[in-house]
Design a protein around this ligand. Structure first.
Ligand code: NAD
Length: 364
């Protein structure tokens, strides 16, 4: 049986890294039927929309997508194609496994953190009040009447909105993930000492949900303390669950700890729909150069295989990628920073090397 998967090549370096991931996924022997769809600049050029209806319909139908990074054209009317995609499909959880593999250029070893970021709320609510507008004047009045506080008249305001429902489903997601992947601990990240009614609500809900998962350890940490601890001893963390804004920063920080954007995979998930995509963007300046690292995209493919229940194939592919990294003979430029005249290869040659490992492993 072939799995129906929506394939979105994306923009910039997207088509190159997506092709590399598609090739290694097919080399595992798992059969796919790729439903090609477009988003971003290429979609705008071909179909006059950055997020065509067909793309959304395809993902809704197949429930699984592998997506390359996309460029949000300036003046498209969207703040971000990715935000629009996540809102349309209610992909409320962003999952970022951050793991070091031997051979990766990082000062840290044995890091294995999973960042679970809420995707829909918080300061990304999109509800904003512009300085000097009538709406802002009404808001200033309301704040003054209801709280007695005076906000400076020359202020702009962006609302941080955190709901009980949104908090409950993301914390539950983190615990369910921890249970399914034999993780030991979930840590809720917040700034509840200052933002009592938004982060405070998130923390209260997290504590309540944790009671239903007595098999998994739970603790919480203030986000600034977390930053300090992460750069000192990241190995002490397991699964982190965070509201949207902190999740944005901390997932980048953790990607940096384990080797950078070229090796950081990810997924955006709803209740029954998942879009697998790397952390990095479309890096337009490298378009068509066969230069960038496809490993983040390939590891997103490993996540896809696990999601489909193809555990053995996922393990084989992850092992093949790890071996290529460890050998260091067929890796891209970003894996050998600060080494003059380092021996590096291009995007498609990394895929060739991973496929060779897969073939060798099936022959033994
Ligand atoms: P970017 O991640 O595209 O690139 C930043 C830099 O990181 C690159 O110049 C390159 O040096 C390095 N880099 C990124 N991916 C790499 C890889 N696979 N291998 C080696 N090096 C890599 O970030 P940006 O320049 O801020 O954004 C460019 C475009 O991508 C923007 O239009 C942005 O909106 C979009 N974007 C899309 C997504 C997505 O689709 N998920 C995510 C982030 C940014």
């Amino acid at each position: 049986m072939a799995y129906n998967v929506t394939l979105i090549p994306g923009d910039g370096i997207g088509p190159e890294v997506t092709e590399a991931a598609k090739r290694v996924l097919e080399a595992t022997g798992v059969a796919f039927h790729w439903d090609l769809a477009y988003a971003g600049m290429r979609a705008q050029e071909r179909f006059g929309a950055v997020l065509p209806d067909y793309t959304l319909e395809s993902i809704r139908k197949n429930k699984v997508a592998l997506k390359g990074p996309v460029t949000t054209p300036v003046g498209s009317g969207f703040r971000s194609v990715n935000v629009a995609l996540r809102k349309n499909l209610d992909l409320y959880a962003c999952l970022r496994p951050c793991k070091t593999y031997p051979g990766i250029p990082s000062p840290f070893k044995d890091v294995d953190i999973v960042v679970v970021r809420e995707n829909t709320e918080d300061l990304y609510s999109g509800i904003e009040f512009e300085k000097g507008t009538p709406e802002m004047a009404r808001l200033l009045e309301l704040i003054s009447e209801t709280t007695g506080n005076a906000v400076r008249e020359d202020s702009g305001v962006s609302l941080k909105v955190i709901s009980e429902m949104g908090s409950r489903r993301i914390v539950k997601f983190a615990f369910d993930y921890a249970r399914a992947h034999r993780r030991k601990k979930v840590t809720a990240v917040h700034k509840a000492n200052i933002m009592k009614f938004s982060d405070g609500l998130f923390l209260a809900v997290a504590r309540e949900v944790a009671k239903d998962y007595s098999d998994i350890e739970f603790d919480d940490v203030i986000v600034d303390t977390l930053c300090m601890r992460l750069v000192r001893k990241p190995q002490r963390f397991d699964v982190l669950v965070l509201p949207n804004l902190y999740g944005d920063f901390i997932s980048e920080l953790c990607a940096g700890l384990v080797g950078g954007l070229g090796v950081a995979p990810g997924a955006n998930l709803g209740d029954d729909t998942v879009v697998f995509e790397p952390t990095h963007g479309s890096a337009p300046k490298y378009t068509g150069q066969n230069k960038v690292n496809p490993i983040a995209m390939m590891l997103s493919g490993v996540m896809l295989l696990r999601h489909l229940g193809q555990t053995k194939s996922a393990d084989r592919l992850e092992k093949a990628i790890a071996e290529v990294i460890a050998e260091g003979k067929s890796v891209t430029y970003d894996m050998k920073p600060n080494i003059p005249n380092a021996q590096v290869v291009g995007t498609s040659q990394v895929a060739d090397a991973v496929i060779k490992k897969l073939v060798e492993s099936s022959n033994t």
